[in-house]
Design a protein around this ligand. Structure first.
Ligand SMILES: [Fe+2]
Length: 432
């Protein structure tokens, strides 16, 4: 039996504050855009307010403003509404007041009445969860949510019900068994909580995780689950572990119909904050100002490799650097070995033909926050354009022309990569 498609607008990370003009503008813009779509449901996946737990009046104001859209709505909280698990919060701040607490959740419930929801339409059940209490030590609240989830699941005709989960924090970034041992762990629920959640969901047709929190748009399939990261309406946050190209402002429109589901990103054009570079170190260089390194663009042949084989010592340095920079390797792949050589390394590979292709790629990455390293003549344009251009003398030599455009010349690639770890060396080399 065919049913009408069920449309859901997912908003996330609005960070609404009644005292901020940008919030008022954001709401009036959204009211128009969402009104024009006329979805069946609106789901807000957290960070509705900007630190609502410190100023709970903003909960009521935000709820009232969102209700004026005239669309049925469910809202689940985010870290800026009720706080985050201490283990996550302390990764980025020493301020314990941002830890999730029972009082914060109670204040939320006073206004929003619920911090989870379930909606059924045809073959689909949409489940909204409070990710902030997962693995956070609020034992009673977490237990009640899990028992509620169990009841919802056992009430489903499991055999043909598809499940879409909406929550603020990611279940995981790339794969359920990943181990993130740095600040980027902040984006996902604690691994112990993920285990508990996946156990609960293992007997349903889990098809979708629709999340917020990261302020970055992404869509990818971890078979059989589609992951959709809803962007923020306030600003983008660029973590080197996020897939490239998600620095969007807007929301997501999901459509559920019989067995199928699809989504589209709806970009909006409003005044927002600048993209925040997360987990990146900047460097003050007297005479050149503050350099921020978000990306590393690398030539492969002759720079990272000899005869197509990765040079010894390169792999561990790339793994370390990938925690701080998104690494793009560009190559004409003269020896046809790049895929093998870079397999399992946290880098993106782009096959390019000419130096112009490399320069175009660099323009795409944003040269103002990109370091480029190369050794050949076809690296000249990208090394010149990058905020920090490094020429290396690889085992296949260095094009003389490169020396004239590079900021720094290194004797080999290991020295060059180490400069990016020990940044004071760059400062010493480049200061006035
Ligand atoms: Fe947020």
């Amino acid at each position: 039996m065919a049913r009408d498609p069920f449309t859901v607008v997912q908003l996330s990370d609005l960070h609404l504050n009644p005292k901020v003009q940008r919030s008022i503008d954001c709401l009036s813009h959204l009211r128009q855009r969402v009104g024009a779509i006329g979805p069946d449901l609106m789901v807000v996946t957290g960070d509705v307010t900007n630190d609502g737990f410190r100023d709970t009046d903003s909960f009521a104001w935000a709820r009232h403003e969102l209700e004026r859209f005239g669309v049925p709505m469910h809202v689940v909280p985010g870290n800026h509404d009720v706080g985050a698990a201490a283990v996550l919060n302390r990764l980025i701040t020493h301020d314990p007041s941002g830890d999730v607490r029972k009082e914060h959740v109670d204040a939320w419930l006073d206004v929003y009445e619920a911090d989870r929801f379930a909606v059924q339409h045809g073959r689909w059940t949409l489940i909204g969860l409070n990710s902030q209490i997962m693995g956070a030590g609020l034992i009673d609240a977490e237990r009640r949510q899990l028992e509620w989830l169990d009841r919802k699941i056992s009430a489903m005709q499991v055999a043909d019900q598809n499940v879409a989960v909406f929550m603020h924090t990611l279940p995981y970034m790339r794969s359920p068994d990943e181990q993130i041992d740095d600040m980027s762990a902040y984006w996902s629920i604690p691994p112990s909580a993920l285990q508990v959640l996946m156990q609960r969901l293992q007997n349903v047709n889990l098809r979708l995780f629709a999340t917020g929190h990261v302020h970055w748009y992404a869509s990818f399939l971890r078979d059989p689950v589609q992951h959709v990261w809803c962007p923020s309406m306030t600003m983008a946050i660029d973590d080197p572990k996020f897939p490239r190209g998600g620095d969007k402002i807007g929301f997501v429109l999901h459509t559920f119909e019989d067995e199928t589901m699809s989504h589209q990103l709806v970009e909006v054009d409003i005044e927002t904050g600048e993209t925040v570079l997360f987990h990146r170190k900047s460097l003050d260089i007297p005479g050149r100002g503050t350099l921020a390194f978000a990306n590393l663009a690398l030539d492969f042949t002759g720079t990272l490799s000899r005869d197509g084989m990765l040079l010894p010592g390169v792999a561990p340095r790339l793994i370390e650097l990938a925690k701080q920079m998104r690494i793009t390797v560009m190559t004409a792949d003269t020896f046809g070995k790049v895929d093998d050589a870079l397999a399992d390394l946290p880098v993106e590979v782009h096959i390019v033909k000419t130096g112009q292709d490399k320069a175009r790629m660099l323009a795409d990455l944003n040269p103002q926050v990109t370091v480029a390293i190369g050794n050949g003549r076809n690296d000249v344009a990208m090394v010149q354009a990058a905020v920090l251009g490094i020429a290396v003398c690889g085992p296949e030599g260095m094009a003389g022309e490169l020396i004239r455009v590079a900021d720094v010349v290194c004797r080999d690639i290991l020295e060059a990569l180490d400069l990016l770890v020990h940044r004071l060396r760059i400062k010493a080399t480049l200061r006035d």
